[in-house]
Design a protein. Structure first.
Length: 286
């Protein structure tokens, strides 16, 4: 049974706002697949300590780490996201508590008069999800980055088969950092005026960029972007892992591999609009 009405032996409970937890799970829904051959990826990893509830979610490529303040602690557990969200929203009580049964096989959700119990999975089987930035990083004005993502998204190639341009290029040099997108006909360059400088560039998947917009709260001042690369045994540089982080979340994915070329038209764009101003241009082919 997924719903238990009787009292069960359990660990210490973590107390938290039901609405805040529902909002945290809604963030995870943007990453967790609804159908997948591996059921573990349809789950979320939860753990609470030091007054923070930490959530991990992934679909194998895109990963999200998020946290929220709570009272109490909760041992690590893995439960289906859809079931947890459904039972949480079934209650109207403003507060709820989470705890584990003593055998660790059930997560108990107490939202008032009814207590729900969800079967847990082995936390050791859940994929590793980065909880902090790795590699070179820059700090970006949040509103400026979200606006730049929206502007450049209009020129991203919609066909998944066009792998090298089905995303947004983050590049940086001594003149600053910028986002670049093209679909082979149009080119958009959006300068990040208040950002620092990275030592490399990365092609960010379009879905990753859209999630930055969805995860950023209106009161967020700054976001961080980071790129971490590794090298193969023969010395070749492997596709890097890209990170975006807000005050209480870290989003990560693998950069797209492939050559993103737009040099032939940049000189024209710069001459018309100034160095690296937001610009939309067209070209015959890339």
């Amino acid at each position: 049974m997924l719903t238990a009405e009787q009292t069960v032996t359990q660990t210490c409970a973590v107390e938290l706002s039901r609405a805040a937890l529902a909002a945290l799970l809604d963030r995870a829904k943007r990453v967790v697949p609804t159908r997948f051959p591996k059921p573990i990826l349809m789950c979320v990893h939860l753990e609470a300590s030091e007054s923070l509830l930490r959530l991990q979610a992934t679909d194998g490529e895109l990963s999200l780490f998020a946290q929220m303040p709570v009272d109490g602690s909760l041992p690590a557990c893995v439960v289906p996201l859809s079931e947890l969200s459904r039972r949480l929203k079934a209650s109207k009580h403003p507060a709820c508590s989470l705890s584990l049964s003593d055998d660790g096989e059930r997560l108990l959700i107490n939202g008032g008069r009814v207590e729900h119990a969800l079967q847990t999975n082995d936390p050791a089987e859940f994929p590793l999800v980065p909880s902090e930035l790795e590699g070179d990083s820059i700090e970006v004005d949040a509103a400026e980055l979200v606006h730049a993502v929206k502007v450049t998204s209009h020129a991203v190639a919609k066909e998944p088969s066009r792998y090298a341009i089905n995303g947004i290029l983050l590049e940086s040099n001594e003149k600053g950092s910028r986002l670049v997108a093209t679909d082979g006909r149009r080119l958009v360059i959006a300068e990040l005026r208040n950002a620092g400088e990275l030592d490399d560039q990365a092609l960010m998947p379009h879905r990753f960029c859209r999630l930055i917009d969805k995860l950023t709260a209106r009161d967020t001042d700054f976001l961080a972007l980071a790129l971490h690369r590794k090298k193969a045994e023969n010395g070749d540089t492997l596709p890097g892992r890209i990170f975006a982080a807000g005050p209480d979340w870290v989003l990560s994915t693998y950069g797209r591999d492939g050559r993103f070329g737009y040099a032939p038209i940049v000189a024209l764009a710069v001459s018309l609009h100034g160095p690296f101003s937001p610009v939309v241009a067209t070209q015959r082919s890339i």
